[in-house]
Design a protein around this ligand. Structure first.
Ligand SMILES: O=C(O)CCC(=O)C(=O)O
Ligand SMILES: [Fe+2]
Length: 277
């Protein structure tokens, strides 16, 4: 296994491994690498939906996303597809997957089947770095706070602004859950503090009104997305990328109109999130 960092603070590329044939020892290394680096890219894989699913199961129980279109070959694998004539994409804003669940997903694994000639990169931001770069006083204040997360405004009946990739999203009646999580979590794998609010699903601080929360959340969103906290990932077919939803945000760029992009996604369940002490 050969590991190359994608930036100083975030991401690692892992070469010379086959996801379908990894020893327990290499798997443990991979897991610790994900906790530490937040994003792993594993190029040159040959994964059917069943093989991707089997690899994901080594990480934990699978969370079948209730809003996404399943792939034909394996209904527990989700299709992340944008057709040439489609306007909006999935994940086209900063977010972390499933923060609206009481027990949010640990990681998501996206496998590239078809990518545009140019465009369709994914941005990732390190929430370890975002937290670490705040002042001590601000860290202290945030550490005693919780925030409310919801999927209603994204996947539910309440419409978002403008158009949305309606046809590709399902079950709006299930988007009724709100969850409360600490604003600064202790990462369950690494023990490191991570900022756990995100622009797509966090709606307000717990105990605060939406309008009271808005400017402080906006500050954190701008701060989290600072370029020095991010990497930009250029896809190739056959690459599997795994991101840790407790340590990162991601943003699927929608800059390839008229081209097709097809990915397969499997999401692994996490554990309840605790505040940092
Ligand atoms: O297509 C991508 O690059 C990411 C889409 C996304 O947000 C997701 O699959 O969770
Ligand atoms: Fe996502």
């Amino acid at each position: 296994m050969k590991v190359t960092h994608l930036s100083e603070i975030l991401g690692a590329e892992v070469d010379c491994i086959d996801c379908q044939d990894i020893s327990d020892r290499d798997f443990a290394t991979l897991q610790n690498l994900l906790w530490d680096r937040g994003v792993l890219s594993i190029p040159n894989q040959d994964l059917t939906p069943d093989a991707q699913f089997a690899f994901a199961q080594r990480w934990g129980a699978i969370n079948v996303n209730r809003f996404f279109t399943p792939v034909v070959e394996n209904p527990r694998v989700a299709e992340v597809l944008k057709e040439p004539d489609q306007e909006l994409n999935i994940g086209g804003g900063w977010h972390t997957d499933h923060s609206y669940d009481d027990i949010p997903a640990m990681c998501s694994m996206l496998y590239a089947i078809e990518v545009p000639d140019t465009g369709g990169d994914t941005l990732f931001a390190s929430m370890y770095a975002a937290y670490a770069n705040l002042s001590d006083g601000f860290k202290q204040a945030l550490s005693s706070m919780c925030a409310v997360h919801s999927s209603r405004h994204v996947f539910g009946h309440e419409p978002m602004e403008g158009d949305r990739p309606r046809k590709r999203l399902h079950n709006p009646e299930l988007a009724v859950q709100d969850a409360v999580h600490p604003v600064v979590i202790e990462h369950p794998g690494s023990g490191r503090p991570s900022l756990y609010v995100n622009p797509s699903f966090t709606v307000r601080f717990d105990g605060w009104s939406t309008s009271e929360s808005a400017s402080l959340l906006a500050y954190l969103y701008r701060f989290g997305a600072r370029p020095e906290h991010t990497i930009r990932y250029r896809w190739k077919p056959g690459t599997l990328v795994i991101w840790d939803n407790r340590a990162t945000w991601h943003y699927a760029l929608n800059d390839y109109h008229g081209q097709r992009r097809l990915m397969h996604r499997v999401t692994v369940e996490g554990v309840p999130l605790r505040a940092i002490n």
